[in-house]
Design a protein around this ligand. Sequence first.
Ligand SMILES: Cc1cc2nc3c(=O)[nH]c(=O)nc-3n(C[C@H](O)[C@H](O)[C@H](O)COP(=O)(O)O)c2cc1C
Length: 325
Amino acid sequence: MIRFIEDRETKSSIARQILESLTEWFEVEESREGYINDSKDWPFFAYYDGDKPAGFLCLKKTGDATMELAVMGVLKEYHRKGVGRRLFAAAKDYACAQGYSYIQVKTVRSGMYPDYDITNAFYRSLGFRELEVLETYWDEANPCQIYIMSLKSAVQTIATRHSYRGKFLDEKVPREDLMAIASAGIDAPSGCNKQTTDLIVVDDSEVLDRIKSVIEPPVAQTAPAMIVVLSRKINAYRDRCFAIQDYSAAIENMLLAIVELGYQSCWYEGHITDEDRICDKIAGILNVPEGYDVVCILPVGKAADDFHAPSKKPFIERVKFNSWS
Ligand SMILES: Cc1cc2nc3c(=O)[nH]c(=O)nc-3n(C[C@H](O)[C@H](O)[C@H](O)COP(=O)(O)O)c2cc1C
């Protein structure tokens, strides 16, 4: 579980315990001690496995609109278990609630050291985007990559999302972007938190080709990646099943993440769940087990064609305040 730590000595003791075990990233004693000492003054989030702190993350204010992810560390045996993501989610919620618009983070630029390449990929998969590289901020052997994330773009993204049915550019979608999109899907609300939606992300061109070959009439034929949405009919309580609502929320989240990251998509559900049951053929190709229904495919890729917003009914026809009349 994630805890917000306020006690200064607890903060520095957790920071010491974790940073001293991560010598690949924090081998320089002076800077490690700096983080341990400074962490006492920073908003501090710790991940606990039972009573044992296994990871932590600190934020610091760098401007009126911006917080910096100042330092984070997760014990090696907890790597690749979602601890960093959970810590960051808590920190992001905190920064949003405090009214900040951006989070920045600095690290050694990709291409210098394998351990830092992993760090860069991790930040990108969280949704960070490159802002600038400062070649001599630390020193020439450690060029400083600054990443930035906007915390207030949801409304903007919603306004710019439209169904895209055109051709896609022949460009692979990086795994970290696909992970960020899929994470947006599984972060969606679900009735009684039953989490009835699962995803299969397809970016292998052979598998994609097999899926595309069963879509008739053809759609998404040039998509370099696809997210196949699976749903399970599990009751939330008594005989109430919210599986449709659950996967709809997941799909909308993913559509927004797709647009936010510079890609386009379309919610293809009707097309694949009609009488010809393309969905079942896709399920067969992907070895989807019994009890899971393929309900939708979302192509993911960069648009090669122009597209326009479809016309929508006027606001006042659909939205009222306080009463229907
Ligand atoms: C449940 C559902 C099923 C959909 N199925 C399809 C589909 O099979 N094929 C398609 O081209 N668009 C499909 N769409 C996309 C809608 O046609 C599209 O959202 C609508 O025309 C409004 O356009 P917009 O998304 O650009 O706002 C579907 C959307 C929803 C919500």
